[in-house]
Design a protein around this ligand. Structure first.
Ligand code: GLY
Length: 325
């Protein structure tokens, strides 16, 4: 296993935002777009934090912009399922209130993370996670504007889907995160933030794995798995969803922060443990990526995939980092 990690800053910080645009073997020709997408996301996140926005609002606005960009596997750039449809999943959580919301299998809205935010604020503990047509009914009633599923299908992913159909393959949903085969797209997006009032938040959004079984739901909308935040930490994951869910990757990482571990050590520990404890049918260890932030504004990222699109901004120190390769 090759584990690559990095730190936001060893100092204690306020007003910090981290983003990821998926961990996989991002092709050279898509790196520039990924960097641009991250750059725009960080501009937005930093601006919102500077103007005093709450962390929960920042993570949702940043991911909405990334969903709209068409660059990543989310929103308008999502991969297609086995039936050639877009199915979107997203979840978000406020660390100070523990409010969370999530949606899965959304086919007619471009910003599932905003629907998840609305559920978090309106569900009042009676419902937090809505799926499929019921999530869509909620969104319609909440005033979100629906569109047709085909309007969410981008040309790049339609080409990839057609190419997949023409190949005979023993495809497994873990393969996109394991093999150096750039024809499989897999770029879940995530954002975590600490605002100037020391509130943490996390959000994750995805089109899931390419050619996923219709109705299959991965880790991204599951609290503790694809996203998690409390008063100690915030985390967002990307990678093989079934494996991430089986080790509760984000909750596990924040638990290690609660035990006093530094973010970079916690990231290494949980990704290493997932790799060594979960295998796919070919006997390969489970791979993925993670961003993690504690309540002092110390953050880290890590991945066991060939590449990961990741970036961060520390607003009060005017520091910024973006890397895809
Ligand atoms: N990590 C995204 C998924 O497995 O759906």
């Amino acid at each position: 296993m090759e584990l690559v990690t990095g730190e936001v800053s060893k100092k204690k910080n306020r007003a910090v935002v981290l983003v990821h645009g998926g961990a996989w073997d991002i092709p050279d020709e898509e790196c520039e777009d990924h960097e641009k997408g991250l750059d725009n996301a960080l501009d937005l996140g930093a601006g919102l934090l500077q103007h005093g926005s709450a962390a929960a609002e920042v993570v949702v606005q940043v991911l909405s912009q990334m969903e709209n960009s068409g660059i990543f596997d989310a929103g308008c750039g999502a991969v297609l399922n086995e039936k050639g449809e877009v199915e979107l999943d997203a979840g978000m959580m406020c660390g100070d209130t523990k409010q969370w919301g999530a949606v899965a299998g959304v086919k007619v809205f471009r910003n599932p993370v905003k629907i998840a935010q609305k559920i978090a604020s309106e569900g009042k503990g009676q419902y937090c996670f809505l799926a499929n047509t019921y999530a869509e009914r909620f969104a319609r009633e909440a005033g979100f504007k629906p569109l047709l599923n085909k309007e969410l299908i981008c040309a790049r992913e339609k080409r990839r889907y057609d190419d997949f159909l023409s190949r005979s393959t023993n495809y497994h949903t873990s393969h996109p995160f394991m093999k150096a085969d750039t024809s499989w797209p897999r770029g879940t997006i995530g954002c975590i933030a600490l605002d100037s009032e020391d509130r943490l938040a996390a959000a994750t959004s995805t089109g899931g794995t390419p050619f996923r079984m219709a109705g299959r739901i991965g880790d991204s909308p599951l609290p503790g798995c694809g996203f998690f935040a409390n008063r100690t930490g915030a985390a967002s994951a990307t990678g093989w969803g079934e494996a991430i869910a089986s080790v509760s990757l984000c909750r596990e990482a924040v638990f290690l922060l609660e035990q006093g571990m530094r973010p970079i050590e916690a990231v290494s520990s949980v990704l290493g443990k997932m790799y060594s404890s979960v295998e796919n049918l070919d006997g390969q260890g489970a791979t993925g990526g993670l961003i993690l932030l504690n309540s002092c504004g110390e953050g880290a990222w890590g991945y066991t995939t060939p590449r990961m699109a990741r970036g961060w901004v520390v607003v009060d120190q005017n520091q910024r980092f973006i890397k895809v390769t």
